[in-house]
Design a binder for this molecule. Structure first.
Ligand code: URA
Length: 432
């Protein structure tokens, strides 16, 4: 077998078999396949696709390219993954709710890049919080308090790191089998029995159309099921940011507000549905009963208590969770006001994510540092009526010079018109 024949086969739209997929993954990890050959195969996959069996085999070989976690001693365990968005802090609300309902959360998360944020950056904005934890400490923590969220270990799915770096520079990111295998290989290697997926659709998401989002959700659920994991997906709106706070410590404040019974309606609703799906799969329960359990965990303060226990166990200062006013405030703030009267017909998530990045809340490159206090608080959401001069949002930054460009970018996110918009529902579909 050689890689040229494998590339030729995919170029001719033929399905690859298990031995060929294993040869490819092994070859990129050992270095026996050159980057230009791997890139050629990625482009052929991008153009000609993969069937469900090939995608499941690719995912399995990738998942076993490095360390895998055996969480069976912690049963029932659940994990969740969002395909990424702006203001998406759901993991930090859903995980404590599920843990408070007796579902063990042993979760590895990532950092933000481009216009989207990452759970690990948000957690690191809590002073003292450690996201690099030894495997034994990670297991012990889940055993004792039922929840741990840590940074992805270095040797988890090395094949994905190699492939993602190549895809990023060869215009091959946007392929459903490649995205599905990339995400699901990391979820399979991380070991949870239940995998709840939140596939975002809209301007701020990877998937811009409902059709693409549905196809990605189906591909990922299929991979999870074929690998013996209970897997489900919600397809949810990312045309406008989720909730009202965007930026790392600002999002932690919104997490705390939500776990205290407040928070924006869209954020709270989505978190309850994601948590209910996880609980229902993990405990073999009807969704309605699981939703009631999730609501009770939120209202009683038990979920907030779980967050506090996790922060304390990972070295974070719990005083910040008890009194969010302690979080350092950015040195500079500026309101953004409506330039005309009317209904907010669009608050474009991608533009808002880019505004937050300009303020210092995000990274353009992996190595960039971020300003935890930077970001945006939205005072109005899509569908609200504004009069000219009303404040729509406040911008926060420690780099005064970024304010003018950020305010201009924010204005580009807005469409104001005479009629209320036809908003798509927050939850647009479900794949079980
Ligand atoms: N997130 C991933 O982890 N991989 C992709 O390919 C796309 C989004």
């Amino acid at each position: 077998m050689n890689i040229i024949e494998i590339i030729e086969k995919k170029k001719n739209r033929q399905a690859l078999n298990e031995a060929e997929i294993a040869f490819f993954i092994d070859g990129i990890c050992t270095g026996s396949i050159a980057d230009y050959q791997a890139s050629a195969l990625l482009m052929a996959i991008c153009l000609n696709g993969m069937n469900d069996t090939e995608t499941a085999l690719l995912t399995d070989k990738m998942a076993h390219s490095g360390d895998t976690l055996d969480l069976s001693a912690l049963f029932p365990t659940a994990d969740k993954h969002s395909t990424g968005g702006v203001g998406d802090k759901t993991s930090l609300i859903v995980a404590p709710i599920a843990a408070a309902c007796g579902v063990n959360i042993a979760k590895m998360s990532g950092r933000g890049l481009g216009h989207t944020g990452g759970t690990i950056d948000k957690l690191e904005s809590i002073p003292g919080f450690q996201t690099t934890v030894s495997e034994s400490a990670f297991f012990e923590q889940v055993k004792s308090i039922g929840i741990a969220i840590v940074a992805q270990s270095k040797n988890l799915v090395p094949a994905d790191k190699i492939l993602y770096a190549l895809r990023d520079v060869t215009a091959t990111v946007n392929s459903i089998p490649l995205i599905a295998s990339s995400i699901m290989s990391k979820k399979l290697a991380a070991g949870a029995d239940v995998i709840e997926l939140d596939v975002k659709v809209g301007s701020g998401a990877f998937m811009k159309t409902a059709k693409e989002a549905q196809a990605l959700a189906e591909a990922m659920v299929n991979i999870g099921k074929q690998n013996g994991r209970k897997t489900a997906a919600l397809i949810t709106d990312m045309d406008e940011p989720l909730g009202t706070h965007i930026g790392n410590s600002l999002e932690i404040k919104e997490v705390i507000a939500t776990l205290n019974g407040g928070g924006a309606h869209d954020l709270r609703t989505l978190c309850l549905h994601l948590a209910a799906n996880m609980i229902s799969l993990a405990k073999n329960m009807e969704k309605e009963a699981a939703l009631r359990l999730a609501e009770e965990a939120l209202q009683s303060g038990k979920a907030l208590e779980k967050l506090k226990q996790m922060v304390a166990a990972q070295g974070g200062d719990v005083c910040y969770i008890e009194n969010p006013a302690l979080f350092e405030r950015a040195a500079f703030t500026q309101p953004v006001t409506a330039q005309e009267s009317g209904y907010l017909q669009k608050v474009d998530a991608q533009c808002i994510g880019e505004t937050a990045a300009l303020l210092g809340a995000g990274r353009q490159k992996k190595e960039d540092s971020i300003d935890f206090a930077a970001g945006i608080i939205l005072e109005k959401k899509c569908g609200d009526y504004v009069a000219a001069g009303d404040t729509i949002a406040a911008l926060y930054t420690n780099q005064k010079e970024s304010l003018a460009a950020a305010a201009a970018r924010f204005q580009e996110a807005l469409t104001i018109g005479n009629t209320p918009p036809q908003k798509l529902p927050l939850i647009q579909g479900e794949v079980l």
